[in-house]
Write a new protein. Structure first.
Length: 429
């Protein structure tokens, strides 16, 4: 009874207090850092932990954008770092080898003033001018000069490792934004030298598959230094666990059908699970109905989620459906139907005709359908679909699938779940 009263009290608190409680159990806006909330990734996390017992081993996490690579990387980093919290830096299109190493150095020295003094010794011993002039310790200006060689960077990491103690972990996120082959090659050589010189430090790189393939290919023996994790979409059970766990913590009652609908809409991308659940739980809180999810609140939450979605997900949909809204929307629903990322035009057409029947609308003939499909994959940089001459189509940005599935749910269109094993589960509801 005490626990029940405690849960109910969250729903009766101020919006600020409820929002803070909600932020502890759902995290759509930032990566997770605790394995308590990292659902469905236990096997990968344990695999990383085991791999890092081996001296000289580093980690490479790759997969589709939005599947939770950053959350796995940061959780693994906090779990395995020894002697110091992990250093986490992110890349952008303008990042260079020097700028990333400098970000790591600045982060470490900002947390621990001993870093500057240790580096001063390295400067004297190794000739690396980290500091300008002869500034006093109170006026130290951290500066890594150009050009920064791989050997220089190795001395930086060695100095940080000695200062931070035991085995520091450095997370380099968004590595897919690095397009320079030279920068990729420098990092591959850096990792090799850190391992070969027995420096107690570990790097965790995150990026989409193409970028990590480039990192591995940059040095012939790079694969022996990495534990690679190909991260897929979130399993169904984990999606439901996130929803139910957050609801229970907040004193909200979520029926099984609602949890399954959110799981289906999410398309296996953790962001959607957290984002849609967040909107739904806010709607329940504001309804002041004792914590019950109702159909009206669910629909309101879906509308709020769709309107509040990032423009990189919402924008392509809006542009694609602006002129021929109904027909284009139904075609996109058909592309997002089921579990396949790539679908043949003939299969899309079959799904499209079924969807039009659900909507009680007359479908386009095959020729007009083909013409509309072609418009959806025009060569503009923001086209929503990509296609091949062989007649296979997919969403240009894979995360848009989830947004399209959300729009389908709003329109009352039933789409098969994104995993074959879940079809029967959904249809038995």
């Amino acid at each position: 009874m005490d626990k029940l009263n405690s849960l109910r009290s969250v729903l009766t608190q101020s919006s600020r207090e409820f929002g803070l409680a909600l932020g502890k159990v759902l995290s759509a806006a930032q990566p997770l850092q605790s394995e308590e909330f990292l659902k469905g990734r236990e096997q990968q996390l344990h695999g990383i932990e085991k791999a890092l017992y081996a001296p000289g081993r580093h980690v490479l996490i790759h997969g589709l954008r939005g599947v939770g690579k950053s959350s796995l990387a940061q959780t693994a980093a906090f779990k395995t770092a020894r002697g110091h919290d992990p250093i986490i830096v992110s890349c952008d299109p303008s990042s260079t080898f020097k700028s990333i190493i400098k970000d790591i150095f600045d982060d470490a020295s900002g947390r621990d003033p001993r870093v500057v003094e240790v580096v001063r010794k390295v400067e004297v011993q190794g000739g690396l001018s980290f500091l300008k002039g002869g500034a006093s310790s109170s006026q130290t200006e951290r500066e890594i000069p150009e050009p920064l060689s791989v050997n220089d960077a190795v001395r930086v990491i060695h100095a940080l490792s000695d200062t931070m103690g035991e085995r520091p972990v450095f997370v380099v996120d968004e590595f897919d934004l690095i397009q320079s082959e030279e920068v990729q090659r420098d990092f591959a050589n850096l990792v090799k030298q850190v391992s070969d010189k027995h420096i107690e430090a570990c790097f965790i790189f995150c990026g989409i598959a193409e970028s990590t393939d480039a990192l591995m290919a940059a040095h012939a023996s790079a694969d022996r230094y990495f534990h690679a994790v190909n991260l897929g979409r979130l399993p169904w059970e984990a999606r439901v666990e996130i929803i139910n766990g957050a609801a229970e913590a907040l004193g909200i009652s979520v029926d099984r059908n609602t949890a399954l609908r959110i799981a289906a809409i999410s398309d296996g991308f953790p962001f959607y699970v957290h984002f849609i659940s967040e909107k739904l739980f806010w709607a329940v809180y504001e309804a002041k109905n004792g914590g019950l999810v109702t159909p009206d609140l669910f629909q309101d939450a879906m509308a709020e989620a769709a309107s509040a979605m990032d423009m990189k997900l919402r924008g392509p949909w809006e542009r694609a459906t602006q002129k021929y809204e109904e027909a284009s929307a139904a075609i996109l629903y058909a592309v997002a139907d089921g579990h396949e990322f790539k679908k043949r035009s003939s299969d899309i057409f079959e799904g499209y005709t079924g969807i039009m029947k659900q909507l009680d609308r007359t479908p386009l003939g095959r020729d007009k359908f083909n013409a509309r499909m072609h418009r959806l994959k025009q060569t503009s940089s923001d086209c929503i679909l990509s296609g091949t001459r062989a007649g296979w189509y997919e969403f240009t940005e894979k995360m848009i699938r989830g947004y399209v599935r959300l729009k389908a749910d709003q329109a009352g269109v039933f789409l098969d779940p994104d995993h074959p094993a879940a079809v029967k589960l959904m249809r038995n509801e």
